[in-house]
Design a protein around this ligand. Structure first.
Ligand code: PAF
Length: 281
C-alpha cells in the first residue's frame, strides 16, 4: 500500500494507473476506521482495479469546534486496517494541502440540505461538498463509495456530482451494525459505557417503527418515536423525521410507503448519533 501526503505524489500514481486503463475506486474517510469503512474498501476492491482511500478530518464540515477537536484520530491503526483490507493507495493530506486558501465556494443542493442534518448542522453539507469535490479532483476516481448511515450525505454528494458534471459513479453501501444493532460510527468510540449500553435502543425503536408504519400514518409514527426516545432520560432526541427518500421532504400522511425513510439524530451525553431505516414494504 502506498501512502501519499501531497496531491503531487498522488497525481503521479493516479496518472500512471489511469494510463494503464485501471478502474479507480475511491473511499473518502475521516479516519478512526471501523468495519463500516472496511466494508466500503471491500466493495471498491470487488468492482475496481485500484482502491484509493483518503483520511482527512475536514475542518470545514464541523459546525462545532469541540466536535472537531474531539474527533477520534489514530492514523497508525487506520493505515494497518487499510493495508490488511487490501487498499492500494492512501491519501493523507494536511489541512494546508487541502486548503491552501479559504474555500469560499457555496453549493446549491436544490434544498436537499435544508432539512434534518442540514437544518441542525448549518454549513455542514457545504463543507462536505468542498472537501469531496477537492478529493474527487485529486483522486480522479471512476467510482466513489459512501455508507448509507449518512443517508442525506449520499443524496447531497449525488446532487453535487451531477451539478458539477463529475463522471464518477456514486455507490451507496449498506449500514454496518454492531451485533447489538448500533450503527457503526467513529463517534461510537467517544461513548461512555452508560450511553454505549443504551445506544442500541435507537435502532430497536427504528425497527419497531417499521411495524407501526404498516398500520399508522407517518405523523403518528413520528410522535411515537419521539415519545419512545423521550422515555429514556439519558437520550435526547434532536430530530426524527419520515421523509421521501428521493426529495427528503417530510411526509405526514399516508403515501407510497415504499419510498419512505425514517432518519434520526440523538444525543447520547455529548455524542451525537445518527441512524436511519428504509421502509420497504
Ligand atoms: O462521511 C465522512 O466521513 C465525511 O463526511 C467525508 C465524506 C469523508 C468527507 O469529509
Amino acid at each position: 500500500m502506498q501512502v501519499c501526503k501531497t496531491g503531487q505524489e498522488l497525481s503521479m500514481l493516479r496518472d500512471a494507473k489511469r494510463s494503464e486503463k485501471k478502474i479507480i475506486g475511491f473511499v473518502p474517510t475521516m479516519g478512526a476506521l471501523h468495519k463500516g469503512h472496511i466494508s466500503l474498501i471491500h466493495e471498491s476492491i470487488s468492482s475496481s482495479n485500484i482502491t484509493v482511500a483518503s483520511i482527512f478530518v475536514n475542518p470545514t464540515q464541523f459546525n462545532n469546534p469541540s466536535d472537531l477537536k474531539n474527533y477520534p484520530r489514530d492514523l497508525q491503526k487506520d493505515l494497518e486496517l487499510l493495508e490488511n483490507a487490501g487498499c492500494n493507495i492512501v491519501f493523507v493530506p494536511s489541512v494546508e494541502e487541502m486548503y491552501p486558501a479559504i474555500d469560499t465556494r457555496v453549493f446549491d443542493f436544490d434544498d436537499l440540505d435544508k432539512v434534518m442534518e442540514g437544518q441542525h448542522r448549518p454549513g455542514h453539507f457545504n463543507g462536505v461538498a468542498q472537501i469531496v469535490s477537492k478529493l474527487f479532483d485529486a483522486v480522479k476516481p471512476h467510482k466513489a463509495f459512501f455508507g448509507l448511515k449518512d443517508f442525506q450525505q449520499v443524496a447531497i454528494i449525488k446532487k453535487m456530482t451531477e451539478k458539477l458534471s463529475y463522471n464518477i459513479e456514486i455507490i451507496a453501501c449498506p449500514i454496518v451494525r454492531e451485533p447489538d444493532g448500533l450503527a457503526m460510527s467513529s463517534r461510537n468510540l467517544l461513548l461512555e459505557n452508560k450511553y454505549r449500553e443504551l445506544a442500541p435502543l435507537i435502532y430497536a425503536i427504528l425497527k419497531e417503527s417499521v411495524i407501526k408504519l404498516r398500520t399508522d400514518s407517518p405523523l403518528n409514527v413520528k410522535k411515537w418515536v419521539t415519545k419512545m426516545i423521550g422515555n429514556e432520560p439519558l437520550l435526547e432526541l434532536e430530530y426524527f423525521d419520515i421523509v421521501d427518500r428521493w426529495t427528503l421532504k417530510s411526509v405526514e400522511q399516508n403515501s407510497t410507503k415504499d419510498s419512505l425513510i425514517g432518519c434520526i439524530a440523538v444525543w447520547a451525553g455529548n455524542v451525537r448519533l445518527i441512524d436511519n431505516i428504509i421502509y420497504n414494504y
